[in-house]
Design a protein around this ligand. Structure first.
Ligand code: IPE
Ligand code: IPE
Ligand code: MG
Length: 240
């Protein structure tokens, strides 16, 4: 960053981790941590927008999270169900556009329906662009994109010439994040230093901020710290 100019990233991606440990510390069931965590999401959306962030993408459920005990998966799906319904109102109140990234075809029909209703109801909103990654995996997203492209070729919708010319921005149109700029900053809470299959394509040049704070405790002050850290980075993009 050049000295003097303070920049707020346009797009921030968050791996909301540590709900289970937060609950355990309080001798409560893990699911209590998820309930608290979902409250944190709502607050952070408002704070992020006020701070000047225009796109926020949060990791809510990964393609690997199906490995968790049935009960926990069930509670998470119920929470997401409630969230999609409540969010029709909150998105209107906050002028927020909500989109889901991930393979929603594997979710229960009624949840898919609520997702479509929410996306449709909020699509004209001009405030925060809020993406929820749900049954999302970076590898799965890239694989689905490649399959979409291959099937267009097989159906004869794309010529060999067009395929040969296909560049990175063209390929991005096949990803779930089509039309959404890449995140400049990734935040992961709870002290884990890994990507866990999150936005592998989109995070290629993001700055990474890790904090030990557990997701339910994350707040505006912590978000500000992450942006301060971002401002100390020297983004070179392969140059000098
Ligand atoms: C993150 O919290 C939320 C989801 C993965 C759904 P965790 O549930 O992973 O909490 P920890 O990592 O076990 O503490
Ligand atoms: C990543 O957290 C997924 C979400 C936050 C939804 P995990 O808790 O599932 O990641 P690992 O298992 O520690 O890598
Ligand atoms: Mg975790």
């Amino acid at each position: 960053m050049n000295e003097g100019d303070y920049v707020v990233p346009q797009h921030v991606a968050i791996i909301m981790d540590g709900n289970g440990r937060w609950a355990k510390k309080r001798k409560m069931p893990r699911t209590y941590g998820h309930v608290q965590g979902s409250k944190t999401v709502e607050k952070i959306c408002e704070d992020a927008y006020k701070m000047g962030i225009r796109y926020l993408t949060v990791y809510a459920f990964s393609t690997e999270n199906w490995k968790r005990p049935k009960d926990e998966v069930h509670t998470l799906m119920d929470l997401l169900r409630d969230y999609m319904k409540d969010c029709v109102k909150t998105s209107k109140k906050n002028n927020m556009r909500v989109r889901i990234i991930g393979d929603i075809s594997k979710l229960d029909q009624d949840l898919q329906e609520s997702i479509r209703t929410l996306e449709e109801a909020s699509k004209e909103n001009t405030g925060l662009n809020f993406q929820v990654a749900l049954n999302y995996g970076g590898r799965d997203e890239i694989l689905r994109a490649a399959k979409k492209l291959a099937s267009e070729c097989m159906r004869g919708e794309m010529t060999a010439g067009t395929l040969a010319q296909l560049d990175e921005p063209d390929f991005e149109n096949y990803l779930d994040t089509r039309g959404i700029p890449a995140p400049e900053l990734l935040i992961r809470t709870s002290g884990e230093l890994r990507l866990s299959n999150y936005m592998l394509w989109q995070l290629a040049y993001a700055e990474f901020y890790f904090t030990d704070v557990l997701w339910p405790d994350f707040n505006k002050k912590e978000l500000q710290k992450a942006i301060d850290y971002y401002n100390k980075r020297d983004r070179r993009f392969g140059g000098i």
